[in-house]
Design a protein around this ligand. Structure first.
Ligand code: PEP
Ligand code: MG
Length: 300
């Protein structure tokens, strides 16, 4: 099936009726980026920059960050890339940034929240990203993880624009952000749904805990409803709404997300051909008609 899928996909995400859905890659290393180009990714939808920080005992300097990011971005010269700013904390603690004990780290100081007390850390990363994108010749967008409110989105957007980022977005992975997508979209150029964390917070089910894994099911109607709300807000604002959580890599769910109005899907390189081929089988009306069925497929 993998071979058949590859044969029927030419590296452009579109439905049977020609409706475009950009198929992008999630990457976290130079090897990921090379694999993504080989698999036909149209761009990068999520560059997890944590790799540069997680093993470091001190904050990596701007020059070091610039070189590390440029190496990941280089295979995508001339193409669109979305770089995510540092998503540390919770399950990804930083050796050089002690956060103090937190009884519920997933609900603690993580993602963009780390930057509120240490904005200079974010500013250094933003300027390294701008320099790396120019070295690599990519079409740059930058987004922040773990944004809860429109004022947080505005705070981030102001800093990112001041650093020279041409397109600024935020991840929608906290239910509050999904519910207020309209006011968040007023502050930024695009949003990207992080369905891994969004599911964790919607179902109050730790994404790392096997015992509650069945609740982290992206077919769940509650999750699909939130995705639909955000996509509708994006359409209203005329701004792109992507999905970069694992849900985007599921060939059975890709038409459903498209039917809900999502404009790009970002996934691990190995999933691209299967998702690309699945989308070629359906038109937009078919995608929309799969929404109700998908919700029924959920196991609960
Ligand atoms: C997500 O939460 O869906 C996501 C894409 O980000 P991460 O998995 O890195 O938290
Ligand atoms: Mg996340």
């Amino acid at each position: 099936p993998a071979r058949a899928a590859r044969a029927s996909w030419d590296g452009v995400g579109r439905l049977a009726d020609g409706h475009r859905v950009k198929l992008l890659a999630n990457v976290g290393s130079p090897a990921d980026a090379r694999a993504a180009v080989a698999a036909g990714a149209e761009g990068i939808g999520l560059f997890r920059t944590e790799f540069c920080y997680l093993s470091a005992n001190a904050e990596p300097g701007e020059a070091e960050q610039r070189a590390a990011y440029a190496e990941v971005l280089a295979p995508f010269a001339g193409k669109p890339v979305v770089v995510r700013t540092l998503d540390a904390g919770s399950d990804k603690p930083l050796a050089f940034l002690p956060m103090g004990a937190e009884p519920n780290p997933a609900l603690g100081v993580r993602g963009l929240r780390v930057a509120f007390d240490r904005p200079e850390l974010l500013d250094r990363q933003l300027s390294a990203i701008v320099a790396a994108a120019s070295d690599a010749g990519v079409e740059l967008s930058v987004m922040a993880p773990m944004v809860a409110t429109a004022s947080e989105a505005a705070w981030f957007a102001a800093r990112a624009r001041a650093a020279g980022i041409p397109r600024v977005g935020v991840m929608i992975e906290i239910p509050a952000a999904a519910l207020c997508a309209e006011s968040i979209l007023a502050e930024v150029d695009f949003v990207s749904l992080g369905t891994n964390d969004l599911a964790q917070y919607v179902f109050a089910a730790d994404r790392q805990l096997g015992a509650v894994a069945s609740l982290n099911d992206p077919h769940q109607p509650a999750l699909l409803r939130l995705v639909g709300m955000v996509a509708a807000a994006g359409a209203e604002a005329g701004k792109p709404v992507g999905v970069c959580g694992e849900a985007a890599a599921d060939p059975a769910l890709a038409p459903v997300l498209t039917g809900l109005g999502v404009t790009s899907l970002s996934m691990n390189a190995v999933a691209l051909a299967g998702v690309g081929a699945a989308l070629r089988q359906v038109d937009l009306a078919g995608c929309r008609s799969q929404i109700a069925t998908a919700a029924r497929l959920s196991r609960f």
